[in-house]
Design a protein around this ligand. Sequence first.
Ligand code: GLV
Ligand code: MG
Length: 353
Amino acid sequence: MRPPKDFFRPLAIGAPDPLSEVPSRPSRMIHFFDPSNPRMVAKVDDMAGQVDILLGNLEDAVPTESKEAARAGLVEVGRDFDHPGTQLWTRVNALDSPWVLDDLTTLVGEIGDRLDVVMVPKVEGPEDIHYVDRLLAQLEARAGLERPILVHAILETARGVAAVDDIALASPRMQGMSLGPADLAADRRMKTTRVGGGHPGYLVRSDPPVVDGQPDVDAERATAQQDLWHATVARMVDACVTAGIFPFYGPFGDIRDTVACTDQFRNAYLLGCVGAWTLHPVQVDIAARVFSPEPDEVAWARRVVEAMGDGSGAVMIDGKMQDDATFKQCQVVLALARQLAERDPDLAREYGL
Ligand code: GLV
Ligand code: MG
């Protein structure tokens, strides 16, 4: 552990100073594209206008034979990227892969001034962040960058989950974390074959009715599917908030099931996540809707904040008790609404802000 006094010192001579606070920007969706796919690259400019974060993916889902084309494609995209309101991120290959060193060296050298965040997959512990931290500092110094590139970890191994607090606190370069349910399921040996979402077998069932004094276990009984990811998302949110960084839900693989995707995203939103990954344009609309507060909620939050003055004491509004804690919750909703209203004139109108 570095001493606190050194925590904000650059890790290489000439590298930019680390940030003491992660900038809070609209981050409702991290939209993935494959930079080796010319059809997707052709749509980048269009997509960039619709999403908060555009991510050039170099890792899983890019075939081995396209790894270099993806890296080169992202350099091209980065050079022409001119969308000031939209962040440009990349997901590099895993730290034990043969590609990651060239991914980082090439991208920081060629488009480091355009890249906001590097997403690092399969992070197992703080040592992985320390490695990337030092390497990025060296590369930033060599490229003469003026602001640090931030790091986002994917939580997708059991060891990573066990070390989630230490990962979140590993460096001032940490921007946030995403739950990666597909790799995490494989690593944990969960018996699922999906990318995120629930499973019909993971459920709770009501007690059996009693017939003639005996439980009738074969009777029809109500069941409810449970959220496989609840515990891990909650744990990740606490780790991120403690470290002053941002939590995200990751991918939802069943593109056609827009209803279950909405539910998964909404669970993450209500638990504290700021956004989710989007793998297809239909999911962009879902994330934009789910991760923006409802206009009714914003109106309610304004009412509470206005009625509470400095936030102390307690008042009743429509029969509901409000105090310091609800005042703070309402401030969270209002702050998000104000931030999104600045980016999106439609939302500004709906919120009356
Ligand atoms: C994402 O990378 C996942 O494995 O879910
Ligand atoms: Mg993964």
